[in-house]
Design a protein. Sequence first.
Length: 202
Amino acid sequence: MSEKTHAAKGKAPVWQRWHFWAFLGFVLALSYLTYFHRYWQPPYVFWDENYHIASAQKYLHGVYFMEQHPPLGKLLVAAGEVLLHPNLKTDQFLGTDYGTDFGQGFSFAGYRFFSALLAWWTAGLLFLIFYFITRKNPLAACLLCFLYVFDNALIVHLRGAMLEGPLLFFTSLVLLMFLVLWQMPQTEPGKIEPRTLHRKFL
């Protein structure tokens, strides 16, 4: 089937769809290695983890405390600990806002889980955003993603039990949805046809 026939049907040619999935997979593979692989290492607290882990433990045990941030980020820090449950003790910082003595054998795998996971998935969302901005050029979108995938400061920061991983993920998701809805044809004012959603990507 020719490219003109595909275009007439509103469908991208096979080679273009193959490039899309290949470059998206490449970006996700690279970002897995930089953001998520062995995210629990090093097994030492850094930056604001002292504060966020202490707050997460208060959420885990229902202890009232004064919260300076919107709760979602720290709730996700706590949710990772509930999901993986690598530590037998999760109440050593209930009486303080700043955890210091983490002890031998303390695991960061649960507390860091969602920050690192969403930081990894953000790379895929950025690829889709750049794919729209570059008018569906998967190579250009892939190259632009390298600005995020290989950013040392973000890699170090988002692999920890931080709040910025979820923040970047949901911000990117909102931007992507804006681009999708902006380019989606409407059959009636204010009405969106869900069946055409996938055509925006392929």
